[in-house]
Structures are given as C-alpha cells and as structure tokens.
Design a protein around this ligand. Structure first.
Ligand code: TRP
Ligand code: SF4
Length: 327
C-alpha cells in the first residue's frame, strides 16, 4: 500500500543546533516509518529575508543535509531535495499567486510577527508577503497529507489548505488538504535560557566539537537563585537539569536532583557531568560527519538523487495543474 506523504523544509541560513533536533528532527526521523517523507532545503525561502546577503545559502545547504543524516534521517527512506532545483515550485507559486487574495496574506500572524522581529531588514517586499504562497506550492506539489511544523508555521499550513480549497473549487479537485502535524516546542533552551536560536548566539550546534560544547556548557545560566554553592537549588527551574534529563542516566539524574535541592552538589560539577554525557551522545554524530565530509561527492549524489525523485513527482503534478487551469 502506498504510504501517505509529508513535506517539510528548512531555510539554509546556518548549521543546525539542538533546538532543531528537539523541535523538528527527532519528529522528522520517526515519521519516516509511516510516511513517504519529502524533506527539502528551502533556499528560495531563505532569499525572501536574506536577499541582501546570500553568501551562506549554498554552504548551509550542504551543512544542513549533513546534519540531517548525522542525526539519523535517511536519504534512502526519505527524499532530500533542494527547492531551487525543482523549477516547478516557481510555476506553481505563480499560479497560486493569482488565486490568493492579498487580505489572506496581510492578516497572517506569522507574517506580522516576523516584520516586527526582523525590523532591521526591509521585509516590505513582494516576495516576503508571498512567502506562504511559495510554501503552499512546496506542500501541494507533492500532494502532502501532512506537514510537520512548529506552532509558528501552522498559519502557513492553514493558508495552504485555503489555497488548495480555492484551486480545487475554481478548476478541478487536484489537491488533498494537508493537515498540520504539530511538533511540540523543544524543552531545552539556549545557554542564556532564552529560546535556542542562532540569532541570540546561545546555541549548541550539532556539529560543535567537544571543546566548544564544554565551554558553552560551562557558560550556561543555572538557577539564578543559586548564587553560592551553599544555596539550595531548584533543578526544575534549571536548564542544565533539563539537559540532564535528556542525556544522563535516570539514576544519576535522581542523585543530581537531590544534590541540587540539598546543596550538596555544585553547579560546576553538575555541568561537568552533563557536558560529558552530552559529548558522549554527540560523538557518533561527529564520527558520521567526518565520514561524510571526507568525500563531498557523497552528499552531492544524495542531493542529485533526491532532486530527481522530487522532480519526477513535480512534473506529474504540474501537468495536472496546467490541464486543470487550461493553460
Ligand atoms: N517556512 C518554513 C520555516 O521557516 C520553511 C518551509 C518552507 C516549509 N516551505 C515549507 C516548511 C513547506 C514546511 C513545508 O521554517
Ligand atoms: Fe542546575 Fe545543576 Fe546547578 Fe542544580 S546543581 S542549579 S541542576 S546546574
């Protein structure tokens, strides 16, 4: 039986960090079993906000695909492709742009938020307003049944459904309406306790070497009420503890929990244990990366193969679309 399909993408604006692992990639990996997954690098999307400085886009494309593979996504099970290599996306975007009322775009909460958040950039462009229309083309091109994304992206998937509904109504029933497969927010925060983000300079990257991880962990903000070692701490309030829950064995977590509350363990020691466990988990990931980086043709081939599969699917969809629109 044919599996249902899902589509999701990431913008190539830098290497991935642990926030991506817990906020997306672990979920993407487990979805591979039950769905035919199309995972892609959204490089045209990166252009919508980074059009002034495009230097990192190509390198990030390679880096991110390596990140995906090292955390266990499989190019054999899933289709990895690069958006700008499948020109059909731009054609479908154009056609969708004809049937998308401006008001749908202007009222999009994520759009309004991003204008505010990135106020230092001029995002009052045609392309940026139309970003969700391009996203609808990405999703509907593969007739996706589901789209695994975080909360911030769900308005875009809603809009995708509205565009699909409208297209189907005007022309022909070509597109299924995709569901949001909501990924819960990552529990871990950046080393400064804000949301982990490259822009905040608080991220631990999947590809960070051991020394870098040690250093970042040593800088992590702990329970702010624990100024001296003799002050009892509140592990439930501490981000280092949240990391322990992910990387440290249950027994030790229990000891740390008690030790922190009773002030019998200090933060320096606690962090050292965590850093060492985190590094142990990252070690096989680093090994895998070394292998892949040793011969860049491996990644190039994976991208070529994925592009071919995506393109052949996209061609069929576009024939149906042109037929439906009578163009
Ligand atoms: N907008 C998404 C983001 O910023 C990236 C993206 C582009 C996407 N096209 C997509 C995600 C299609 C899911 C499906 O993270
Ligand atoms: Fe956090 Fe560990 Fe310090 Fe407790 S001992 S406050 S859990 S770093």
């Amino acid at each position: 039986m044919d599996k249902k399909r899902i589509v999701s993408g990431m913008r190539p604006t830098g290497r991935l960090h642990l926030g991506h692992v817990y906020g997306a990639l672990n979920n993407w990996r487990s979805l591979q079993k039950d769905y035919q997954c199309f995972y892609f690098i959204a490089d045209w999307h990166a252009l919508t906000s980074e059009y002034e400085n495009t230097d990192i886009i190509r390198q990030s494309t390679i880096d991110i695909i390596i990140d995906w593979i090292t955390v266990g996504l499989s190019p054999e099970e899933s289709v990895f492709f690069v958006q700008s290599s499948i020109k059909e996306h731009s054609e479908l975007h154009l056609i969708f742009s004809m049937v998308t009322p401006l008001a749908w775009l202007e009222r999009n909460p994520t759009y309004k938020e991003q204008l505010k958040e990135m106020a230092q950039k001029n995002l009052y462009t045609y392309g940026f307003l139309g970003y969700p229309v391009l996203q609808a083309a990405d999703i509907l091109m593969y007739k996706a049944h589901g789209v695994p994304v975080g909360e911030d992206q769900s308005p875009h998937v809603e809009l995708t459904r509205e565009i699909a509904r409208r297209f189907n109504h005007y022309y022909k029933n070509v597109f299924p309406l995709p569901e949001v497969l909501l990924t819960p927010e990552a529990k871990i925060l950046g080393i400064d306790r804000r949301k982990m983000s490259k822009g905040y300079d608080n991220a631990i990257f999947i590809s960070d070497p051991k020394e870098e991880v040690d250093h970042k962990v040593s800088e992590m903000i702990t329970d702010p009420q624990r100024a001296r070692k003799s002050d009892p701490g509140r592990p439930w309030f501490c981000n280092v503890f949240a990391f322990h829950e992910l990387y440290t064995d249950k027994e030790t977590v229990k000891e740390i929990d008690e030790g922190c509350r009773k002030a019998s363990i200090g933060c320096v020691e606690c962090k050292k244990i965590m850093a060492s466990n985190l590094n142990r988990a990252l070690e096989p990931i680093r090994e895998k990366r070394k292998e892949l980086e040793a011969d860049i043709r491996i990644i190039e081939n994976i991208i070529d193969e994925g592009n071919k599969k995506a393109r052949s699917f996209a061609k069929v969809t576009m024939e149906e679309v042109r037929e439906a629109v009578k163009i």
